[in-house]
Ligand binder design. Sequence first.
Ligand code: IPM
Ligand code: MG
Length: 356
Amino acid sequence: MNKNILIVPGDGIGQEVTAVGKKVLDRIAEKFGHTFHYDEALIGHVAIEATGSPLPDETLQKMKASDAILFGAVGHPKYDNDPTAKVRPEQGLLKMRKELGLYANLRPIKLFDELLGASSIKPEILRGADILFFRELTGDIYFGEKGRKNDGNTAYDVAEYSRFEVERIARKAFDAARTRRKKLCSVDKANVIETSRLWREVIQKIALEYPDVEVEHQFVDATAMLLIKDPKKFDVVVTANLFGDILTDEASQIAGSMGMLASASIGDGTGVYEPIHGSAHDITGKGVANPLASILSVALLLDISFGLKNEADTVISAVDAVLKAGFRTRDIADASTLSENILGTDAIGQEVLKRI
Ligand code: IPM
Ligand code: MG
C-alpha cells in the first residue's frame, strides 16, 4: 500500500510523542511492505509564532491533500491565563475540525489489564471495562455565535445542532454498536437544554432502524457519576461536543492515564488521529511524556483510514507486550513498578518497535 501521511506535531509534548508515532509507522511499513510518504505541517502555538495564524493555509492544503493525519497536541500556557488573547492555538484545532468536516470523534476507553493498578478507581470496578465514545465534533456551543454585550459585562455562547448533524453521528455510533455488545447510551441534558431535546428525538428516530441495538438515554450528570461507579455498564456512548469533551477526560482515568488514550476524528475527508491529552508544557522537553497514546493513535489510523486491521492489531499487541514486560512511563507506573522499568518517551517507544 502506498499512502501519504501528514505529520502535524503541534505544541509541547505533541512534538515528542508524534516523533515516536512516526517511527512506529515506519516500522509497520517495513514489516508489511507498505510505502508511507510523509510531509510535516505547523499548527497551534508553533504556527502562530512562525506565521501569525494557528492554522496556516499551507497546513490546511496539505491536510486536505493527505490520506491521513497523525496529530500531536495544541496549546501554550501563555494563552491560558490571558482570556483577552484574540489569536489562540486551540482555534487552529477547531478550524481544522470544521474545515475537514471531522464530525465524529471516536475515543475508545480500553483498559490494558496490566494497568489495573494505575487508576485511582478500584480494580474490581474497572476490570473488563471497554467503552467506545462517539463525541460529536463540529457543532454545539463550540461553534455557535459567541460574544459580549452590555459594554462587555455580559457574555454568551450559543449551542446549536441541526437534525442532520445529530443523525450522521448517531448512525456512526449505531453502526459501531452493532459490531460490539449492541448497547448504545446516548447522553444529553434533555430535561433542561433544547438542543438536547432535539438530540434525543433524533436518536429515538434512528433507533427504529437498529432494532437489534439496545438504546438508553441518560442525563450527562448521571453519566458522569455512573462512569466512575460502574464503567462496565457502558458499551458505545454517543454525545454532543461539550459533554463528550468533559466525559472523555473523566473516562481516561478508567484507562489509568490520559497518556494511554488515542482518538480518531473522522467525517467527510481525511481522518485525524491524535492522543486525547494536551500539550503538557509542564513536562515538555524532559523526555518523560508517554508516547503510547500516539502509538495507539497510529493503530487507529492504520485500521480506520487504511483498512489495515492486521497491522493495527500488531501495534496494539506490541503495546500490550511492553506493558506485560513491566515497562512503564512515569504516569502509568505504580508502587509495584521497578524503578529500572520506568522509561522515558524514546526508550518505551524502542521497546514497542522491538516487539513489532
Ligand atoms: C480535546 C481538547 C480540545 C477540545 C481543546 C484543546 C480545544 O480538549 O480535543 O478534547 O476542547 O475539543
Ligand atoms: Mg478535551
